[in-house]
Design a binder for this molecule. Structure first.
Ligand code: ATP
Ligand code: MG
Length: 263
C-alpha cells in the first residue's frame, strides 16, 4: 500500500517544490516506487522533473474533473530514467487553476484526488504531492488523501507565525475529512549555519517539536546546485549527486523510509 504525503506550506517560495522533486528522486534512488503529483498550477514540479508543462496531453486537471484516470494521465521522464532515479509524474500546468472554480459545484469535491489515487495504490511505495502556496481547494484535495504532511520551512523569524495557520487547517481536516492526517514533520530547508538567527530559530524548533517527534533530523542546507537543477529539468539529486544539497536529500529519503515503518 502506498504511503501518501503532502509537501505543504501556504507561504510562497519556502522550498516545497525543491523538497518534493528531490525527495522523489532520493526515494527512487534507494529503491522505492514513487508517484509525484503536481498540485500547483505553476507546474514547477512538473518542469523540474523534466516534463514540459506546455505539451501535456493529460494532467492532474483531467484526473480531478474525472475525465481521465491516474493510469491514463501519469507520465515518465526520460531524463530521470537515464539517471536511474525514475519516478512517475502526474503533471500540472495553468489549466489546473481553472479546476478550482470548476469543482465548486461538484459533489465530494475535496475527495476527488483520493478517489483517483485508490486505483494505483498497489503500484507505489510513496506518493508525494507538491501543494500550491495557499490553503485552497487544491491543497485540501491533497490533505484529504494524505497520511501525513511534510512541512518545509526556512529558519526565519516569520516562519513560526505562518505555521499556526497550517497547523489549524490540518487540525480541521483531521477532525472533519481525514482522520489519518497528521504532521509527519517539519523539515528545515535552505539552512545556512553562518546566520545566527537561523541557528536560533532552528534551536527553537528543536525545543518545541523534537520531543513530539515532529522535527526531521535531516537539515537541508542552502546549496546553489539545488537551485540550478530545475533549469536542466532534473532534481538536484540527479543534477549533481555529489553536492551537499543532493546528499542531504538522499539522507532525508532514508529518514522517510525509516519513518514510514513507525506510522
Ligand atoms: P512556491 O510557493 O512558489 O510553490 P516553493 O515553496 O515550491 O515555492 P521552491 O520553488 O522549491 O519553493 O524554492 C524557491 C526558490 O528557492 C527556488 O528558486 C529554488 O531553486 C530555491 N531553493 C529551494 N531550496 C533551496 C536550497 N536548499 N538551496 C538553495 N536554493 C534553494
Ligand atoms: Mg512550488
Amino acid at each position: 500500500m502506498a504511503k501518501i504525503f503532502c509537501i505543504a506550506n501556504q507561504k510562497g517560495g519556502v522550498g516545497k517544490t525543491t523538497t518534493t522533486v528531490n525527495l522523489a528522486a532520493g526515494l527512487a534512488k534507494v529503491g522505492q516506487r514513487v508517484l509525484m503529483v503536481d498540485l500547483d498550477p505553476q507546474g514547477n514540479a512538473t518542469m523540474g522533473s523534466g516534463i514540459d508543462k506546455r505539451k501535456l496531453e493529460l494532467s492532474v486537471y483531467d484526473v480531478l474533473l474525472e475525465s481521465a484516470s491516474v493510469r491514463e494521465a501519469r507520465v515518465q521522464s526520460a531524463k530521470l530514467k537515464d539517471a536511474d532515479c525514475s519516478y512517475d509524474i502526474l503533471a500540472a500546468n495553468r489549466e489546473l487553476a481553472g479546476a478550482e472554480v470548476e469543482m465548486v459545484s461538484l459533489e465530494r469535491r475535496e475527495k476527488r484526488l483520493k478517489t483517483a489515487l485508490a486505483e494505483v495504490d498497489a503500484d507505489y511505495d510513496f506518493v508525494l504531492i507538491d501543494c500550491p502556496p495557499s490553503l485552497s481547494m487544491l491543497t485540501l484535495n491533497g490533505l484529504c488523501c494524505a497520511h501525513g504532511v511534510i512541512v518545509p520551512m526556512q529558519c526565519e523569524y516569520f516562519a513560526l507565525e505562518g505555521l499556526a495557520d497550517l497547523v489549524n487547517t490540518i487540525k480541521q481536516v483531521h477532525a472533519n475529512l481525514n482522520r489519518e492526517l497528521k504532521i509527519i514533520g517539519l523539515l528545515r530547508v535552505m539552512f545556512d549555519p553562518r546566520i545566527t538567527l537561523q541557528q536560533q530559530v532552528s534551536h527553537e524548533l528543536e525545543a518545541r517539536y523534537q520531543s513530539k517527534g515532529q522535527l526531521f533530523a535531516t537539515v537541508i542546507p542552502r546549496n546553489v546546485r539545488l537551485a540550478e537543477a530545475p533549469s536542466y529539468g532534473v532534481p538536484g539529486v540527479v543534477f549533481d549527486p555529489a553536492s551537499k544539497g543532493a546528499q542531504a536529500f538522499v539522507a532525508f529519503a532514508k529518514e522517510m523510509v525509516e519513518r514510514v515503518e513507525t506510522l
